[in-house]
Design a binder for this molecule. Sequence first.
Ligand code: DCP
Ligand code: MG
Length: 369
Amino acid sequence: METESKNLYRKIIHIDMDAFYASVEQRDFPEYRNKPLVVGGSPEGRGGVVATASYEARKFGIRSAMTSKKAQQLCPYVIFVRPRFDAYKEVSRKIREIFGRYTDLIEPLSLDEAYLDVSEDKLGIGSAITIAEQIKQAIKDELNLTASAGVSINKFAAKIASDMNKPDGLTFIGPSKMEKFMENLPVEKFFGVGKVTAEKMKRQGLHTGADLKKQTEQRLVQLFGKTGKFFFNIVRGIDNRQVQPHQEIKSISAEDTFSYDLGRGEELNDWLEVIAKSAYKRLQNYQIYGRTLTLKVKFEDFKQITRSISFPTSITDLDQVLETAQNLLNNIELGEKKIRLLGVGFSNFGEIKIRDKFDGYQHSLFPNY
Ligand code: DCP
Ligand code: MG
């Protein structure tokens, strides 16, 4: 029945801006247009590496992560420009705003790249291909930049697809083409297959998806550990990873409820130190520092208060954290009341960071089967 088949497959779009930093530079500085251009690095001094190269520079073989020296050898008159991260962040915000017209299920992977789940789009368009076309057009009209899109039924295929017809591409890998497509894919194209794994695969006679498909799941797990399971599924076109909208980090905190209520003079200060240190550790994990420290106190009667102090600059030092938290606690009129929970939090961050599903700020390439 039609209503049933309608929801059989997800509609996933992967969008990736073309030669991102370089295109922004060429857009903003007409003198760079149609010229071989490298963002990042400089041929003089200690060198540095290429962040990205304009398509004109790529014709000479210049690529991301190459040394500037090498880039200049390949094209002696290539132009080097300094990155302007603020400009790229601004574009990044705007493309996300464009995505947001169609869905709230947006998972940014970097400034220039995101997955969208448009299985149920806000405007009721229904066709993921049409949505991808509209997004590309909006990026052109409103930002004077081009993006490439991949449309498919899962994240993996959508991401591979967006890279297939760059620049300004739109590639659709539908369910009927999926398995054939995966079979023809060289092993290097699979997630997590770096040089070392690729070599290992080739030694085993595994060159393409089709070769992987002939292996049993057990064999793949034996060879490649947990990732083997991912390979087993992906060559069959199965990738159930959800598009996970990340949230901007507004605060980072740690708190603890005590096994019994504590009054002043008991181990309250010790616990405060433990909790403050744990909150501070999270800050370090995320590499993000805020100007405001907040102490949260819940009393034995479940009433809760917070006390904050804001500094002119970010709190980066553990001693400052401990001292500030201690001062805030000392200034609370406790009387005979006991405390059942303490929390220490940080906010007022100077930059935007995205919270991952992990508390460690890394991306998960592999689903947890
Ligand atoms: N980047 C970087 N260092 C790298 C790779 C990328 O600093 N080793 C930066 C510069 C890129 C941006 O990230 O412009 C986006 O990376 P992409 O891999 O999407 O590369 P581009 O957008 O530049 O090119 P493409 O058209 O191939 O997507
Ligand atoms: Mg890109």
